[in-house]
Design a protein around this ligand. Sequence first.
Ligand SMILES: [Zn+2]
Length: 311
Amino acid sequence: MTAAQKYRGRFAPSPTGPLHFGSLVAAVGSYLDARHHRGRWLVRMEDLDPPREVPGAGAHILHTLEAFGLEWDEPVEYQSRRSAGYDAALAQLERDGHLYGCACTRREIADEGGMPDGAAVYPGTCRNGIPPGRQVRALRVRVYDSVIGLTDLLQGSVTQALDREVGDFVVRRADGLFAYQLAVVVDDAVQCISHVVRGADLLGSTPRQIHLQRLLGYATPEYLHLPIAVNASRAKLGKQTRAPAITHGHAVGTLMQVLAFLNQPLPDGARDASPAELLQWAAGHWDRRALPDRRHRTAPKIFQQAAPAGL
Ligand SMILES: [Zn+2]
């Protein structure tokens, strides 16, 4: 198999709102890395959490990708249609003894060993069965005492002792929804994704995903975690920080800002190119070694925060 046939990348947005500068960086970064390596690029809609979704946001995101010349190679996958695959993975984990039901509430876990930042390491309360009279709420996967390590193509060596830093983690939530960690691992395997290029906010999830890949007998893809775009207060751009939606009107100018954010070169006369032409040039000149190897980078000011409404 040639490298060209082997490289399969993806962009996996959640349809919780329109794309903002930070999500566009992840889209463009994953697209250019795939195209530079003559690979395929897929789009997967991570629409697993209906309460958080905004009607029409998925279609809007796809329309934005098209307007920016970001063309995907296979039909868009929707996680909301993939329940059977996630159930099968849960059944496999259960059969192999890696799964158990947990009756704990968030509050109980926090009381028993919560971390100061609110992220609780699960203390293993229900590992050997739930207390009498209690109901199973969530399903957890066991972690073992090995340290999980990876060499990220940009961030370098990352290790995590899952038992001390995370604990047995949830794969089906108390509300019945599949957990992100499970769905993403199953989908990356089913879609034969070879390279995951995404924001560094997900770097801390990667050891859990590798743990699940090993338990399920899946290959582990290569990872490249791009710096996430932050505002002046170092908060990630998003709905919470009122990051403005990416508009289609100035696609080339916006793409130039994304390329600058990623320390990539720009051609002479970039401004006169179409989005597709600029992307084609950028794919040819894509240079992983030039990428900023940190986890955060401040976004250009105009992409940081929308003007308050009604003023
Ligand atoms: Zn529990």
